[in-house]
Design a protein around this ligand. Structure first.
Ligand code: SAH
Ligand code: F3S
Length: 460
């Protein structure tokens, strides 16, 4: 059977989609190639959120094609996901060696189309149609397909987004909001937990809008909170995470859920985008700076240790220096644990791309640099504040930075590296934080509740 290599660009939804495609192909007998140079099928799962992400994938494909010509190998090449969706056939027009272009509602057809291409039944396949029910098709998990155990798993709960932020291409590439049903999501989570998974991250472009039409509020609880309640009941599940929410989706019900549901970890990724009310309005974000600050307060009053992370865009059209300073000021008052900072990138077909007064590139660059220094300093201080304290971590496995050591995450989503063993994988441990690296904590197993050593060793 052929081997496949999938390279993923972009967000966790893309990671999850790639995993489901890989699992689907492994179940059909494919092997996973160790790299792109030896694979029979090379798939690039693409991101369109910024131009740079698109250019990276196009550059990579050009490079793959060039290398294959030199070596005389002729693998099947495919583009999947967001850029496949937004550019479609145009991708084959500019790169004729590409065989497959598969849109965001068609991942589950990958095996079938590759089969046609490999057996000569089709010369090229482009499928970027909408497909009703596609929100329920990202189901297969790679660890299960390979007979491995995983500690942490992602579960896709919905596709698309209706918010139409004026800078964002996602509503185009991912389509309108479509949610799975609560029983479907719960069944998938239960199965994962039976296979040994301890932590589940519920995924979607705007998860707080989950089931808005299908599940009207019950006792003031939104469809999303009803889903959290249902997943929380699964015995053996240790932790629940979700991403990405929208700040305006944090009603009282969701804030209270952090106090009610012990499995719901103390982490909120709250994409703020800007600290200026005028810019927030132009972005069509649906909240003000004041409401955002109030929300952070509400969450911290329920859980003082809440890890708060965010996304920020600098250089949105018309952003003045004073408005940029309002973003700086907001970062200083919130003290985020981590900020994903982006330079505004105009996207085809979005309202912001047509707006007046684009900010000059060198100004965007300068604001990006200045804010980056500030947010990194703040984050470093947030991490350093944990030195000497104990933290509960879920052990995920060998450390990605240093495979001789082990790593896990705190409930607030910080990576902790420590001297561990395979036996501890999947366990919840309490570690004492010893020191800090770049967005990494280093810890030592702690004996909690004892100030004195258990055994006094007497000198003979
Ligand atoms: N809710 C989605 C948003 C996807 S885009 C999610 O997080 O999954 C992720 C982040 O990319 C956004 O929060 C925003 O900060 C950034 N982004 C989106 N469009 C952008 C653009 N045109 N230019 C720069 N950054 C952008
Ligand atoms: Fe994009 Fe805004 Fe939705 S950032 S994914 S349109 S919430």
């Amino acid at each position: 059977m052929p081997s496949v290599f999938i390279k993923t660009y972009g967000c966790q939804m893309n990671e999850r989609d790639s995993e489901a495609v890989a699992a689907q192909l492994v179940a059909k007998g494919y092997s996973l190639a160790p790299n792109e140079w030896v694979a029979d099928v090379v798939l690039l799962n693409t991101c369109s959120v910024r131009d740079q992400a698109e250019q990276k994938a196009i550059g990579k494909m050009g490079n793959l094609i060039g290398q294959s010509k030199k070596s005389g190998r002729a693998p099947i090449f495919g583009f999947l996901g967001c850029m496949a969706q937004s550019r479609g056939r145009e991708l084959i027009d500019s790169l004729p060696e590409v065989d497959l272009v598969l849109g965001t509602q068609k991942f589950h057809r990958a095996a079938e189309y590759l089969d046609s291409l490999l057996h000569g039944r089709a010369r090229k396949v482009v499928d970027v149609e909408e497909e009703s029910g596609s929100q329920g098709t990202i189901r297969e998990h790679l660890a299960a397909a390979e007979g491995r155990k995983a500690v942490s798993a992602f579960v896709s709960i919905m596709q698309g987004c209706n918010q139409h932020c004026t800078f964002c291409i996602v509503p185009d590439t991912r389509g309108p909001e479509r949610s799975r049903t609560i029983p479907e999501v719960v069944a998938e989570c239960e199965q994962l937990v039976e296979q040994g998974v301890r932590e589940i991250t519920l995924l979607g472009q705007i998860v707080t809008s989950f089931g808005r039409r299908e599940y009207p509020a019950v006792d003031g609880r939104s469809g999303f909170v009803q889903l959290l309640d249902a997943v929380h009941l699964i015995p053996g599940l240790e932790r629940i995470r979700f991403t990405s929410p929208h700040p305006k989706g944090y009603g009282r019900d969701l804030v209270e859920a952090y106090g009610r549901l012990p499995k719901l970890v103390e982490h909120a990724h709250l994409p703020v985008q800007s600290g200026s009310n005028r810019i927030l309005k132009l972005m069509h974000r649906g909240y003000t700076r004041e409401r955002f600050l109030e929300l952070v307060q509400e969450l911290r009053s329920v859980k003082p240790d809440m890890g708060v992370t965010t996304d920020i865009i600098v250089g949105f059209p018309g952003e003045t220096e004073a408005e940029f300073q309002e973003t700086v000021d907001l970062c200083e008052s919130v003290q985020f644990d981590q900020v994903y900072l982006f330079k505004y990138s105009p996207r085809r077909g979005t309202p912001a791309a047509e707006m007046e007064n684009p900010v000059a590139e060198e100004v965007i660059e300068d604001r990006h640099q200045r804010l980056l220094t500030i947010i990194n300093d703040i984050a470093m201080r947030r991490y350093e504040a944990l030195v000497g304290k104990t933290q509960e971590i879920l052990v995920e496995g060998p450390s990605r930075r240093n495979p001789a050591r082990y790593e896990g995450r705190t409930r607030s989503n910080k990576i902790v590296v420590f001297d561990g063993s395979e036996r501890q994988k999947g366990q919840v441990l309490t570690l004492k934080i010893e020191r800090v690296g770049s967005f990494t904590l280093y810890g030592d197993p702690a004996i909690v509740g004892l100030d004195e050593p258990l055994v006094e060793v007497q000198a003979a």
